[in-house]
Design a protein around this ligand. Sequence first.
Ligand SMILES: *Cc1c(COP(=O)(O)O)cnc(C)c1O
Length: 724
Amino acid sequence: MTKKPLTGAELNQLAAGLNQMSRNLWWCWNQEAQDLFYKLSPRGWQNMFHNPVAVLREVSEYELRVHLQEPGFADNVRTVLNEFDAYLKDAGTWAHKHAPQLHKNPVAYFSAEFGFHESLPISAGGLGILAGDHAKSASDLGLGFVGVGLFYREGYFQQSIDSNNWQTEFYNPVHPENVPLEPVLKADGTRLVCTVEIGMNAVDFQVWRVNVGRVPVYLLDTNLPQNEQHFRDLTTRVYGGDSTTRIMQEILLGVGGVRLLRTLGIEPSTFHMNEGHAAFLTLELIREKMAAGKNFTEAQALTKKECLFTTHTPVEAGHDRFSADLMNYAMQRYLSLLPVKFDEIVALGRVEAGNAQELFCMTVLALKLSRAANGVSELHGQISREMWQHLYNVPVEKVPIGHITNGIHLMGWMKGSVRQFWRKKLSDNSNGEAKLFREKFGNDWAAAINHADFWEKMTNPEFVSDEELWALRYKLRRELIEFARRKLLLQNQRLTQGDYIRFDHLLNPDALTIGFARRFATYKRAPLIFQQFENIVKLCHDKQRPVQFIFAGKAHPRDNDGKRFIQQIIHLSKHSELAGNLVFLENYDIHVARQMVAGCDIWLNNPRRPLEASGTSGMKASCHGCLGFSIMDGWWREGYDGTNGFSIGVDSHSSDVEEQDRVDSANLYQTLTEQVVPMFFSRDSQGIPREWLKRIRRSMATLVPQFTTDRMVKEYANKFYLTK
Ligand SMILES: *Cc1c(COP(=O)(O)O)cnc(C)c1O
C-alpha cells in the first residue's frame, strides 16, 4: 500500500516541530531524536559537533521537505515529536509528587559554567559538566528549577598541539543562532536588557535561554553595542583574563543573575551557589532587603535562609580571593547602593573580620551567608570541615558542612550503541527477565534503564550472557579505536602515504585498553604511570597480553606545569618504545569523553589524595562495562567494594607529597600487573574472560544506579531544597 503524500500543512507542522525540538537539549539524551538529524546530514552532523540547530540551518527547506516525504522518515519524526511533547507535558514526575511547592518557587542554580553538549563549549571541565547534568536530571525529575550562568561567546578554548608538543589554544566564536539558544525577549518582542553596576559603570546585559528539557537555563551576555568595549568583552571566554576580569564576571553572574530573575518575575525559594563564583548574589539579596527597610544584621539573617552553597575542591587555587583594592575598584558603584561601610562588606569574605592582610574570599562569603553547605563526596565533606574549621571555631565534626556525592546524567552519557544494546535486550521476547521488565515498565524503556532493578539484573547471566557482554565490549573497543585512528589522522597534517597506513593500524583491538582523560591539573598526575617506564614498556610489548593507553585532556592556558605533562606524554607517544601503544587525542571535550569511557577497558584515575573532591569521569565508564582503577579518593572510596573494579593503594595518604607519588606509582604498577592484566587475559576455551566479566557485572549493578544525578538531585531536594 502506498501512503498518501503529506499535505503542505503536515509538512510545515513536522518541520516546525523539528525546529522547535532542535532548540531544546532534550535531544542530548534521546538517541532517536539525534538519529533524525544525523540522517538529514551525516557529514554536517559529524563536522558541526552533532548540533541539530546547525544541521537544520544547513539543510534547505526543499531538502527537508524531500526527506519528510520519504516513507518511514516522517513516521520517525512524528514518533520522536510525540515523545518530546509527552515529556514536556508529563504531570506525573517525581517532583509532582514530592516537591510540588518548588513549581511556584523554584530552585535558582547559579554556576559560572554549564557543560551540556559539545556544540555549546561553555564549560572548562568537571564542574561545568556536573552543573549540566544537574539541570538535565532536574528536568527529568520535573523539579522547579532555573539555571543561571554566563554566555561565553568564544567559550572554552580548543586545543591543538604544536611541533614542540606544546599545547596551543584557539577559540571558535559561538554564534548564538547556530546553537540551541533562544534570545530572551520582553512582552513586546524586543530584547530584554538588564543592568548591573561594574566599576564606575552601569553595564547592560542581554540574556539567552537554553531549554534543557523542562527547565530553563539563562545565560547572561554583556556583548551589547552600548557597552564600552572592555565590558562587551567581559563574557568572551570561560575564566579568561586576569583577576579583574574574574571579579567582574562574578559580579555579573551573582548580582546580574538575581536582577534577571526578579525581572522575569521568578521568585526562587532557594539560591543554590554551585562553587563560590556566584557568591556575590548574597550581596544583592542583602541590598534588596535593606532597600525594603531591614537593617544589615536582619538582611544577612534573611539572606542566609535563602541560600545554599556547594564547595567543589580542596585545592587552594580553586577558591577565588580578591584584594580590598580590587573589590573597591570593581564594586565601587555597586557598593554605593548598599548602606553599609566598605569594611563591613569586605569582612563578610574574611575569616578574621578585622584582619586587613586577609584577602576577600568568595568561599568564605558563600559559607557565611548560606543556611547549608556541602562538599561533593564523603571524604571531601570531611576535608572541607577541616579546611574551614577556623571559620567556625567549633570542633571539626561540628563544622556545618555536609556532603552529597556527585553523579552523572546516565541517559546523557550512555553511548548510542549501548542504549541500543539494552533496548534490544529489553524487547527480546525470548528473554524471561526482559519480559518481567516490560510488565513493570511497559514500553518506557528509559525508565527501566534508569531503575536500580535493571542494573541489579546484570549479575544474572540469564538476562545477559557472558558471550553477549564480551561481544559488546569488543564492539565498543573497536568503535573507540576507529574513532582514535580517524582523530589521529586529522591531528597529524602533511602525512605521507606510509603514515596513513601506519595510523590505520595504530592501536590493537585485542589489547587491554587503559584510558585517562580529564583536565591536566597537576594534582591529577597524568604522567604518574610512566614513572615505571621500563616496566610499562614491557607490559605493552607482551605479545600474548598486550596493553595500550589512550590519553586526552586540556591544561588551563596559564598552567605551564600541566602543559609540560601533556608534552611529556605526547613525546612518549611519538618517540619512545611506547609509540604505537600510547596515543594522545587532542581537544578533549564531551564527545571525546563519551567515546573514551565507552571503549576503554580500564578507566585510570590517580589524583593526589585527597585533592579529587569527587571526580565524575569514572562514573561515566561503568554503564559501558569499563572498570574503574583508582586511588581511594573522591567518589571511588564510596563506590569501590573489592569486587567492582580495582583500587590503587589504601584509604589513607602520606603528608609527604613525593613519598606519596612514589608509593602510589608502585601500588598502581603492582595492581596492574598482579590483578588487572592477568584477569583480563585469563580466558576459557571459548576465549572469554569470565572473572573479568563478573567484575563488569558487579560494577554495573553496584555503581551505575548509585552515582547518577537522578539520585544526587533527589538528595539535594530532600536534604536542602525542601527544608528551611
Ligand atoms: C566528565 C568530564 C570531566 C570531569 O572528569 P573528572 O574525572 O571529574 O576530572 C571533565 N571534562 C569532560 C569533558 C568530562 O566529560
